[in-house]
Design a protein around this ligand. Structure first.
Ligand code: ADP
Length: 588
């Protein structure tokens, strides 16, 4: 099946599934709207002829009154239905929109983490958001309904009425509004192309805007005096995108003005035809009036159908972008249930490249980590330490080689049971604008009320005193009126979070880099003492902790330069010994 047609039925299916009540009301409303013009034409011709008959003395007033009342009742019913359906449709549209938005959040929760390293994902997400921002899904259903229901019911019935008097009305009507369809098809496609091509630019604009609205970046920009420069960049990006959109709007206006000229000419031709039919005695004066009214209805129905039909392809193109994002494959579920480390983790000839990057971030790395061992991974910035831990935790998968837990590839383990046994404090840990309690216990939400455990973890991470009298319920961060704390305190809270989760393997990725080297060593020695029965991997570019751990793996340019205990590596006089003697003075 054609992609657009598939998208159309998918949107329609979701509409009926998510808001079946609204869908039913919408259907009935459109059927009534479709029938109304033909009905009006018939009643009006009777009304005009009856009125004419009264003037000639052939009919009496009650008959006129009956037709008048029928016409009025139909008019009121039609108006009431449109009003009611409008209210129902608007509420339903909101619910429908919320459902589509929820699916975006759900997709983000399920995507493989490697996808986040790819900027293509951001563009796809941006286009999916654009589709929702424009209300495309509701436009697809409404346009579709108008075309199919109002089209079938309306055009067939009105055409049947008009064809009784002259078949010429039909081509006249269709031809006079056909340009609208062509205009919508062409303009819609051009609008879609423009907006799609703008996805990257729009994202950049939002990013630049975010630099101003974020407290920290705003402060830095002002300190560097770069605020005007960034504002100018944002303005340039905005002007470029706006100019493209305005150009589209200008072309829209011109094409619609031309279409209007055609439509009015068609209406003039209809009056001429109806007049000619009346003058040569083919139709009565009443039918003459009804023909003009029916032609107007038919013209506006046909126009609405052609405009909606013409808009559908571009709406469907936007909708297809949404589904392209939603259909991205989720992280593979399942795998073998993981029961915890028994023996050792083996990193076997691991190589890894980030998407769209030529160089390897890791090249042929091999070593083992024994159960209960404390290992430091040392190396300069960019040497591959963080990438290594992401592979170790199964957050990324190695292109070549494998990470084996007791001989089993981490990628074939069931992620849920695996993640239950591990804990991590990442380099870019999150500063949750939530109470202190949640900031710590978010690593184990089932233990949110374990005050003693939370306090213990905080103490072990170097926070003896709680920030204020609210204790664990003190709001952190200033997003909701909480108190902001220093970078070092945030780091300690992140460590407490990692410690709070009971795990068999814990990975610390430079969580203490914002702290003084001596305080860092103090916290890490406490951490190692507490992790007696755990396997721990601690990343650092400082050597302070190295005497405390069992072994040190030194990374250089994505490769493992050397591995061994402090004494072994010092006696080798290699990379480690160089780093150690350069930093030794910090720890005196
Ligand atoms: P370290 O933790 O030692 O500072 P990383 O593991 O973060 O090093 O980075 C290793 C290499 O991979 C670096 O060259 C870095 O630029 C690159 N890299 C890291 N993250 C990404 C990413 N998301 N996309 C592309 N390249 C990346």
């Amino acid at each position: 099946m054609n992609k657009k047609l598939r998208t159309y039925f998918r949107v329609l299916g979701i509409y009926f599934r998510v808001i079946p009540g609204t869908a039913a009301v919408t259907l009935v409303n459109y059927i009534i709207q479709g029938l109304f013009p033909a009905f009006t034409a018939l009643i009006l011709s009777r009304l005009f002829d009856t009125a004419g008959g009264i003037a000639d003395g052939d009919n009496d007033a009650p008959e006129l009154l009956i037709f008048g009342l029928i016409y009025l009742a139909a008019y009121i019913l039609n108006s009431f239905c449109s009003f009611l359906a409008g209210v129902v449709m608007e509420t339903g549209a909101d619910k429908n929109q919320v459902n589509y938005r929820y699916e975006i959040c759900r997709k983000f929760a399920k995507l493989p983490l490697i996808d986040f390293e790819n900027s293509g994902l951001k563009d796809k997400h941006r286009r999916a958001e654009q589709c929702l921002y424009q209300g495309t899904m509701n436009q697809v259903t409404q346009s579709g309904f108008r075309v199919v229901i109002v089209g079938i019911v309306g055009i067939i019935t009105v055409s049947a009425v008009l064809a009784r008097y002259s078949l010429l009305f039909l081509p006249l009507c269709v031809l006079s509004v056909l340009p609208y369809c062509a205009a919508r098809l062409i303009r819609g496609e051009q609008f879609y192309q423009t907006v799609s091509a703008q996805a990257k630019k729009t994202r950049k604009m939002q990013y630049l805007w975010g630099l101003f609205t974020d407290r920290r970046t705003n402060k830095e920009l002002r300190t560097f005096g770069a605020d005007d420069y960034v504002l100018e960049q944002w303005r340039i990006a905005r002007d470029e995108t706006q100019a493209e959109i305005w150009e589209q709007s200008r072309k829209d206006a011109v094409s619609f003005a031309l279409c209007d000229v055609f439509r009015i000419a068609g209406y003039g031709a209809c009056i001429a035809l109806a007049l000619w039919l009346t003058l040569n005695g083919t139709v009565s004066v009443g039918v003459f009036g009804a023909c003009i009214a029916a032609f107007m209805s038919l013209q506006s129905q046909t126009m609405s159908i052609l405009v909606n039909g013409g808009s559908l392809p571009s709406h469907l193109a936007f909708a297809a972008d949404y589904f392209e994002f939603i259909d991205l494959p989720d992280e593979k579920p399942g795998g073998n249930e993981y029961k915890g480390l028994h023996n050792q983790i083996e990193l076997k000839n691991i190589s890894f490249k980030y998407p769209n990057v030529e160089e390897y971030a890791l090249k042929n790395v091999s070593f083992t980590i024994n159960k209960g061992e404390k290992i430091a991974i040392l190396g300069e910035n960019g040497s591959g330490k963080t990438t290594l831990t992401k592979l170790l935790l199964g957050l990324l998968s190695a292109a070549e080689g494998a990470v084996l837990y007791d001989g089993e590839n981490v990628n074939s383990l069931d992620k849920t049971s695996f993640h239950k046994t591990v804990s991590a404090v990442p380099q870019n840990f999150v500063r949750y604008n939530l109470p202190l309690r949640e900031n710590v216990a978010i690593s184990d939400v089932n233990s949110l009320n374990d005050d003693a455990g939370i306090r213990n973890s905080l103490r072990n991470a170097g926070i003896a005193e709680l920030p204020d009298s609210a204790g664990l319920d003190a709001e952190l961060g200033n997003a909701y009126g909480g108190s902001d704390i220093s970078g070092g305190q945030w780091q300690k809270i992140a460590i407490a979070r990692g410690l709070f989760r009971s795990s068999r393997l814990i990975v610390l990725d430079e969580p203490t880099s914002a702290l003084d080297p001596l305080i860092e060593t103090e916290i890490l020695s406490k951490f190692i003492e507490l992790s007696q029965d755990k396997t721990a991997v601690i990343i650092s570019h400082r050597v302070g902790l190295c005497k405390l751990v069992d072994r040190i793996a030194v990374m250089k340019n994505g490769t493992l330069a050397e591995i061994g205990s402090h004494e072994e590596l010092m006696s080798k006089h290699g990379e480690y010994a160089k780093l150690y003697s350069a930093q030794e003075k910090w720890y005196l």
